[in-house]
Design a protein around this ligand. Structure first.
Ligand SMILES: *[C@@H]1O[C@H](CO)[C@@H](O)[C@H](O)[C@H]1NC(C)=O
Ligand SMILES: *[C@@H]1O[C@H](CO)[C@@H](O)[C@H](O)[C@H]1NC(C)=O
Length: 480
C-alpha cells in the first residue's frame, strides 16, 4: 500500500457501508407486475410424477380443471396465472407457467408418471422453483407420497416464503413411514412458516382435498390464527370478527380433528345455521367455513389428540404487511422482509382497508404455537401521510421464529385482529466484509486517500493500522 516513507500524514477513509437492509429485497426477486395485477396471484401445483403417484395424478388432473373453472367464474379473480412443477428423482421439470387456463389444463394432461426411484424425492427443489416463478402471495400445492431428499435447500425455501408471503400446502399420500426424519419434518416447517398445512390422505381422498382447494384459493385472504402443536390439545380461541370479514374458514390437520364455532351470543353454529363442511377426512383433517358471520366476539373450539396444526383465515380487505429496518423510517421500500438478529429493529406496517378514524392499537409477537412473546403499543399520529403506514418503535427480535399480530379498531369502532401471513425468522449477520485495492498511489508530501470498502448489516467501527500502529482516528458507522 505505501511505497512512500512519509505517507500517512492525512488519511481519508472512503467508506461505503453497503447496507443490504436499505435495499428493497422484494424488488429484486419479484417478477415485474403491472397495475392490473393488484392482489392477483399464482396457483402452482408441485407434483411428484414417480410411478406410485398414478392414482393421485388422475385425480389432480380432474380436480385442477374444476379449480380453474371455479376461480375463473368468480367476480374477483384471485389468480393471474398457473404453474406446474413436476418432479421425480433426480429431475425437476419441465416447468410450465401460463396465464392461459387451457394451456395449463393441456400441460396437466400431458403429465405422465415415470418409473420408481427410491422413496425420498427432490421435492424441496421443486417447491423452490415454484416459489421463484410465482407472484407474491401465491398458493402452492405439493402432491407427493414421499419425504424429501434435498432438504438441504430448506433455508432457501423458507427465505423465499418470507419474501414472497406465499402459502405452501402439502397433500401427502405417503411419507416413507418416518415422520421424525428431517426430510419429512421440513414439510411441516415449510407449511408452518407459510401458514400452510400438511394433510395426510389416502390415495382415494385426493379429490376431497381438491374441492377444498377451490375454496382456499381466494383473493383478499387474511390470517387470524396460525398455530402448530406438538401434542393433543383442546383449545378455545376468542376472536373478534369485524364487519369486513365476509367469510371465515377454520382448518385443523391432525388426528381426531374436531372444531366447534360459537357466535357472539354463544349459539353453536350448525349446518342449518350456515356452517359448511369443506373437508372431513377421518382421523386426519377437518375444514369448516361460515359465510357473512355477524360481527362480534366469536368462540372457536379446536381439538385433536395428537400433533396438529390450526389455521383460521378469513376473506377481508383489512390486512397488513410488515417491513423491518434498523433505523426509523416511514418509507416502506426502505424496509426488509426479515429482521436482523441481535440489534434493535423498527417495524413499519402497511395496512389495507383501513379508513380514518380506524387505528391499530398494538402489535404482538407470537411463537408458532401461539404463545405471546411481546406486546408493543402503536402510537397514533393522526396527521401522518400516507394513512396506511404505521411506524412501530424498536424492539430486539426474538431468537425464535415468530408471527406478528395486529389489534385495532376499524372506522366504526369494531375491534379487529390480523396475523401475518408468514412467520419471521432473523437474518443472522455474518462478520463485516472488508476490501481495499492492492495498491493505492500516494505522492511525496501530498495528503493521500486510501479507499476502503466495508459491507455490514450491523454498525461497525473502522481504523487503519500499519506495522501494528494505529493510524488516524477510529470511525463509527451506524448507517449510511
Ligand atoms: C401499501 O401496500 C399497498 C398494497 O400492497 C400498496 O399498493 C401501497 O403502495 C403500499 N404503500 C406504501 C406507502 O408502501
Ligand atoms: C413515527 O413517525 C412520526 C412522524 O409521523 C415520528 O414523529 C415518530 O418519532 C415516529 N416514531 C417511530 C418510533 O419511528
Amino acid at each position: 500500500m505505501s511505497k512512500y516513507k512519509n505517507f500517512s500524514a492525512h488519511l481519508t477513509v472512503l467508506l461505503f457501508l453497503l447496507q443490504l437492509l436499505q435495499q428493497n429485497s422484494w424488488a429484486e426477486i419479484e417478477p415485474d407486475q403491472g397495475e392490473t395485477l393488484d392482489g392477483a396471484s399464482t396457483l402452482a401445483f408441485v407434483f411428484d410424477v414417480t410411478g406410485s403417484m398414478y392414482d393421485d395424478l388422475v385425480q389432480v388432473i380432474e380436480g385442477a380443471s374444476k379449480i380453474l373453472e371455479t376461480s375463473l367464474s368468480r367476480p374477483k379473480k384471485p389468480l393471474y396465472n398457473f404453474a406446474l412443477v413436476p418432479f421425480h428423482d433426480p429431475e425437476i421439470g419441465p416447468v410450465t407457467i401460463t396465464t392461459d387456463p387451457e394451456t395449463f389444463k393441456h400441460e396437466l394432461k400431458e403429465l405422465y408418471v415415470q418409473g420408481g426411484g427410491d422413496c425420498p424425492e427432490m421435492s424441496v427443489g421443486a417447491i423452490k422453483i415454484a416459489l421463484e416463478i410465482s407472484l407474491p402471495g401465491s398458493f402452492i400445492y405439493v402432491f407427493t407420497d414421499a419425504r424429501s431428499k434435498d432438504y438441504q435447500l430448506a433455508n432457501d425455501v423458507l427465505q423465499l416464503i418470507q419474501q414472497k408471503q406465499s402459502q405452501v400446502v402439502f397433500v401427502l399420500t405417503g411419507d416413507c413411514d418416518d415422520r421424525s426424519h428431517v426430510g419429512y419434518k421440513i414439510y411441516e416447517e415449510i407449511a408452518s412458516t407459510s401458514s400452510g398445512q400438511v394433510f395426510h390422505l389416502d390415495k382415494k381422498q385426493v379429490n376431497e382435498v381438491l374441492k377444498w382447494v377451490e375454496e382456499a384459493v381466494q383473493a383478499s385472504k387474511v390470517h387470524l390464527v396460525s398455530t402448530d402443536h406438538l401434542n393433543g390439545a383442546l383449545q378455545t380461541w376468542e376472536i373478534p370478527f369485524d364487519p369486513s370479514l365476509r367469510e371465515v374458514t377454520v382448518s385443523l390437520s391432525g388426528p381426531s380433528p374436531d372444531i366447534e364455532l360459537y357466535d357472539p351470543l354463544g349459539k353453536q353454529m350448525k349446518p342449518e345455521t350456515g356452517l359448511n363442511e369443506l373437508l372431513n377426512i377421518f382421523n386426519s383433517a377437518k375444514v369448516l367455513n361460515i359465510k357473512e358471520p355477524v360481527p362480534g366476539i366469536w368462540k372457536i373450539k379446536t381439538s385433536s389428540n395428537g400433533r396438529h396444526s390450526v389455521r383460521i383465515t378469513g376473506v377481508s380487505t383489512i390486512d397488513f404487511r410488515a417491513g423491518f429496518s434498523n433505523q426509523p423510517t416511514l418509507d416502506f421500500s426502505k424496509t426488509s422482509s426479515r429482521p436482523i438478529q441481535g440489534i434493535p429493529m423498527y417495524v413499519l406496517l402497511n395496512t389495507t382497508g383501513l379508513q380514518h378514524p380506524a387505528r391499530i392499537d398494538h402489535l404482538e409477537l407470537l411463537t408458532t404455537s401461539g404463545l405471546l412473546l411481546q406486546t408493543i403499543p402503536i402510537k397514533y399520529y393522526p396527521n401522518r401521510i400516507p394513512y396506511e403506514i404505521w411506524n412501530v418503535t424498536e424492539f430486539i427480535p426474538p431468537k425464535e421464529q415468530f408471527f406478528l399480530r395486529i389489534t385495532g379498531y376499524d372506522k366504526d369502532g369494531y375491534l379487529f385482529k390480523r396475523a401475518s401471513s408468514v412467520s419471521f425468522s432473523n437474518i443472522v449477520p455474518g462478520p463485516p466484509k472488508v476490501s481495499m485495492p492492492k495498491v493505492t498511489p500516494g505522492y511525496y508530501l501530498q495528503p493521500g486517500r486510501i479507499p476502503c470498502y466495508v459491507e455490514s448489516l450491523i454498525p461497525v467501527s473502522v481504523h487503519f493500522r500499519r506495522n501494528g500502529m494505529r493510524l488516524g482516528i477510529e470511525q463509527q458507522f451506524q448507517y449510511v
